[in-house]
Design a protein around this ligand. Structure first.
Ligand code: ES4
Ligand code: ZN
Length: 330
């Protein structure tokens, strides 16, 4: 639970707990189609990615002001810090907000208010990664990148998320080229519900430096060899995989096999308010379900800092890595 770690796959909108959703709804005069937090919790049970995404986008209606985004980020950072997170690279979905008439500036400046004080307040260093919604058009992604230009000092990279099947990475070749030209880092969700070929495409066509999920690479031994040889980080989210039924039960998650295959695996929480746990809870769960011992957990923690976008601050990376080595399990 408490080993120092980096969180590299976390959608800030997926940290919206029912209690905060109702508090923000009240503050903003938004009516939610649920009687109370109990009823909403019950709705947090889904069978697939699309059912989850429908609720995830619907609940964003409560996020309207800079203060809302600040409160959301602070709530996450408080929980993350309590579970050993020392560094977080946080996804947000600009189009999910601009489509509702909330300017990207409100989102970025609101999150920024919390992130600016995060090291001081929570002891967590942070970065922001803006994700393109892959079920929207390539043009919309380019427009989003354009709209983000005044805020690039707060944004370190681009990602690709939402419904994967039928929306292969190559659709976003231009947006990623443009992002690269602006000096942004590149990640992409691939191989969550989509086939191994989407992982290859994310690497070769988009130039993705990390693969978010990448779970289905295990169906392609040649791809596994390549990912291992090139040390491409995979940001796995085991609790998400179980909740969205990519895997039946946690005991059957291939994390251990993936580590044994030499893949650079990290363990993350994805949408912790929806999937039953934050990243420390996830470390605990894989320890129990997969019998990963303390040295496996230390490897996962080390991997998280190795895979972090800390190239501009290697001193910090080394400091975090020494905290991992020095950690004594309780
Ligand atoms: C997501 Cl689990 C997952 N997959 C794809 N897109 C997402 N956005 C938020 N959570
Ligand atoms: Zn995700």
């Amino acid at each position: 639970m408490h080993i120092p770690k980096a969180e590299l796959h976390l959608h800030i909108e997926g940290t919206l707990e029912p209690e905060l959703a109702f508090a923000l709804a009240g503050r903003n005069g938004v009516t939610l189609p649920f009687a109370d937090t109990e009823e909403l919790r019950t709705a947090y049970l889904f069978d697939d990615l699309q059912t989850f995404l429908d609720l995830y986008y619907a609940l964003m209606a409560v996020l309207r002001t800079e203060e809302d985004f600040e409160d959301l980020a602070n709530a996450y950072l408080t929980r993350a810090a309590a579970q050993g997170v020392r560094h977080a690279e946080i996804f947000f979905d600009p189009q999910a907000h601009t489509a509702r008439g909330i300017p990207i500036g409100t989102v970025v400046e609101g999150l920024g208010r919390a992130l600016d004080r995060s090291e001081e307040t929570h002891g967590v260093s942070t970065q922001l990664i803006m994700c393109f919604l892959r079920d929207l058009s390539a043009e919309s992604a380019l427009e989003t990148l354009e709209a983000a230009k005044p805020y690039l000092h707060r944004i370190s990279g681009v990602g690709l998320d939402s419904a994967e099947l039928g929306h292969p990475p190559a659709k976003f070749r231009e947006a990623y080229e443009a992002a690269g030209a602006l000096g942004l880092r590149k990640v992409a969700h691939a191989g969550e519900e989509g086939p191994p070929a989407y992982i290859t495409e994310a690497l070769d066509v988009l130039g993705a430096e990390r693969i978010d999920h990448g779970l289905r690479c295990m169906e392609d031994p040649e791809l596994v060899k390549r990912l291992a040889a090139d040390r491409v980080p995979l940001t796995l989210c085991p609790l998400s995989n179980v909740r969205l039924r990519a895997i039946d039960i946690l005991e059957e998650h291939p994390l251990r096999a993936m580590m044994d295959a030499g893949l650079l695996c990290t363990v993350n929480s994805d949408d912790p308010a929806y999937f039953g746990g934050y990243v420390g809870d996830t470390f605990h769960a894989v320890h129990e379900a997969l019998g990963l011992d303390h040295e496996h957990l230390r490897t996962l923690a080390r991997n998280s800092f190795d895979a972090a976008f800390l190239d501009h601050d290697e001193e910090r990376r080394e400091r975090y890595l020494s905290e991992v080595e020095a950690y004594v399990f309780d």
